[in-house]
Design a protein around this ligand. Structure first.
Ligand code: SF4
Length: 448
């Protein structure tokens, strides 16, 4: 979450509530962070509140029930490896992918008063990708808990990772395809990926080392040129044309055949050994909470109730809440299904109050003032323990800071392990150093 101010009940029901559930499953290792670099992508002009807001967000995390003994709570800018991975990913991410991100265009058009035509703002999905995949560990699945509306972002991250892995991971085509009896498979791959088989001399089987290397290079080149997912799709389509071939292409094992379309890992014909783990989406139920004015709840719209809001403020704000606009007089029946107050009842009120509000609204048996009053009572009951915890942590900002610092140290360990792997895949310095010291030792040996 970006440190743009205190969190509100929309953030709670949209994300925090699910995060708390995730932490209770011991098989999850969860990382939650304060995205201070992300706040700079749009709010770079005034950075004076970022530090304080970071403390506020961490305080809200703790108040909402995140437990630093069970999850890692950290600050993005304290783990500088995020920036290094962002840089490396930015080198391979095509510009068009970023320009086509719907939220990019939307925000450029809709957000006034800020110049968002910056390098950093365009690249925020790349930073987001780095934030996610730096916590991927070999052999473990990596998932991002998001609602439906965020799925496209994670999909872009997957594409960036696949692209990166294609450039930097090991690209393997099953060697058994070199054999004479596999010629038709080579033909099928060439046909699907539009590789001119004749140019590579792919006629004399078994293929020579030189021809084989050229063929593998050509397949990799097509994966890079058209994108990993597109290449897979073309191969899958080809395989669907001749189902018999699929089974043969994966060694006569029907169970593997279905994998052709989506998951490259167990597919034996063409495979990339990944450097970075592709993230999955962990779809969570994110309840949409309308703001006081019926629009999406947002701090910037001034229509939110914060997690630490006082009783008095809750009463004042909810009294002015928008209701069913057709219910102009007390005697007009209303429609609770289009009323934000009723949406809030669903979050905070018990079943009997819900039915009281619904029936009373439809029959004009109750007025909006009493309906709002009852909802506010239940909202206050709900907020009391969270607010109490918030006050407790807010009184000790040093303790909150300790949580952030310790979490950042823990996050850094994982991030550093990933970057070690990534740097070696990109630059191969360890291998180079080893070969130089080997040569040196050999020369010294010869001198002796
Ligand atoms: S009675 Fe309640 S649910 Fe109906 S319009 Fe008024 S505030 Fe909304």
């Amino acid at each position: 979450m970006r440190p743009t101010g205190r969190l509100h009940i929309g953030n709670y029901f949209g994300a925090l509530q699910n995060w708390v559930k995730l932490q209770e499953d011991a098989s999850n290792e969860c990382f939650f962070f304060i995205a201070d670099w992300h706040s700079l992508t749009s709010d770079y002009a005034d950075t004076s509140q970022i530090a304080q807001n970071s403390i506020e967000i961490a305080t809200d995390f703790l108040a909402a029930g995140l437990d630093p003994k069970k999850v890692v709570i950290f600050q993005q800018s304290q783990v500088i490896e995020h920036a290094e991975l962002h840089l490396l990913l930015s080198m391979i991410t095509p510009l068009g992918w970023l320009e086509r991100v719907p939220t990019y265009k939307e925000q450029i058009e809709n957000i006034k008063g800020k110049d968002l035509h910056t390098y950093g703002f365009l690249g925020y999905p790349v930073l987001q990708t780095a934030d996610i995949v730096i916590y991927g560990e070999e052999g473990m699945s990596l998932a991002v808990p998001v609602g439906e509306d965020q799925v496209a972002h994670v999909e872009l991250s997957r594409e960036v990772v696949r692209h990166f892995n294609l450039f930097n991971g090991e690209f393997i085509v099953d060697e058994s395809l070199r054999q004479e009896n596999q010629a038709w498979q080579i033909g099928a791959i060439c046909h699907a990926l539009q590789i001119p088989a004749d140019e590579f001399g792919l006629k004399a089987f078994p293929l020579s080392d030189d021809t084989w290397a050229k063929f593998v290079g050509a397949v990799r080149g097509r994966f890079l040129a058209i994108g990993f997912s597109n290449a897979l799709e073309l191969l899958a389509r080809e395989s669907q044309k001749a189902d018999r071939r699929v089974k043969l292409a994966v060694g006569d094992r029907e169970s593997d055949a279905k994998i052709l379309g989506t998951d490259p890992e167990p597919w034996k014909t063409v495979k990339v050994v990944p450097v970075l783990v592709e993230p999955d989406v962990l779809l969570t139920e994110a309840k949409r909470v309308p703001g006081l004015d019926g629009r999406k709840m947002s701090k910037s719209y001034g229509n939110a109730i914060e997690l630490g809001e006082s009783d008095e403020s809750i009463r004042v704000k909810t009294k002015a809440m928008i209701t069913d606009p057709a219910r102009k007089r007390r005697t007009d029946p209303g429609n609770p299904d289009i009323c934000p107050v009723f949406d809030w009842h669903k979050l905070f009120s018990p079943a009997e109050t819900l039915s009281w509000a619904s029936v009373g609204c439809k029959t004009a048996g109750i007025g909006c003032i009493e309906c709002k009053h009852e909802m506010a009572n239940n909202l206050i009951k709900w907020i009391v323990p969270i607010r109490a915890r918030r006050l407790e942590f807010a009184a000790e900002p040093g303790r909150v800071l300790e949580v952030i610092d310790a979490g950042s140290d823990r996050a850094r360990e994982t991030a550093q392990a990933t970057m070690k792997r990534v740097r070696e895949a990109v630059f191969g310095w360890n291998a180079k150093r080893a070969s130089i010291s080997g040569t040196d030792a050999e020369q010294r040996g010869a001198g002796d």
